[in-house]
Design a binder for this molecule. Sequence first.
Ligand SMILES: [Zn+2]
Length: 325
Amino acid sequence: MPAQAGIQSTGHYGHNATLTHSPTDMTPFQPGFSGSLLDRADPLRGDAAALALLLQHPQAQLLQLQGFDPALTSEGALVWGLLQGQPDTDSLILLGLLQGIPHFVALQQHSAEAPLYRSPRTMEILSLLGPQDMATYGTARSLIDWHGRHRFCGKCGGATLAHKAGWGRRCSSCDSEHFPRVDPVVIMLAEQGDRVLLGRQASWPLGRYSALAGFLEPGESVEEAVARELFEEAGVRASAVRYVTSQAWPFPAQLMLACIAQVQDAKLSIAKEEIEDAAWFSRDEVRAALNGDAQARFLPPPAYAVAHSLLHHWAWPTEPKRTTA
Ligand SMILES: [Zn+2]
């Protein structure tokens, strides 16, 4: 899927949500899945009296889903309905507050197929959503998926029940508490002179190249994981690693830690069981790809992926724009 530049949508909140990517200038890039306008209202999650009031709020909102994908307005914004009449308030997650109005999403009762990855339809929807709506949806999707995969206690095997407004589960047998997990993943460009190393997997669209990536393992630092993954997948040795930005990736619950590693020796040794190919690309080639040039040497990752933000940062060196609601 080509990069989406300058997407605009008028969201549910009446704000204009605009991706700040302007391919030909130096505008900082807003990473995907960041900048939700909702106040997460953590102190209210365990407050039963406050939660009861929120559930009775006449304007309380419920995120409308179709399966695990969001319903969209004709402008590409999330669809919200009134919560009133929702019979099963035990199955609701409090996503947060906007101007005092609570916003919820309902747990799905049959999600045994989790963990969930992107479907082609999900990818199509993501290319339409503005970043703030994308962030709200990503939070909802990760939480729904986590509940579906944690119906039983990892300690004693007893059934667990959602509590704390959907931000935890408690074992009905041993009373253990369980909380949603986030899995850190390093994603990185190796840099040598004025070139970067990109790779591709056989399952990707023809011509797409992106940053190499891998899960952190127990006991590893971010820098160590970056160096290990680069050596395992491409045979290059990182001499220095710098952090650039991060982004949630709700398929199902990753935190992408985007880095750039310096490499002295450009010789590649590609692990074919991990990636189909890897190659070095010049800054001009990366700029052409991000600009959507039909003659570009490769197809870049989609705009909502942190690899796109990372490549944009490398091609036009500015700090990614961080929005905190
Ligand atoms: Zn238990």
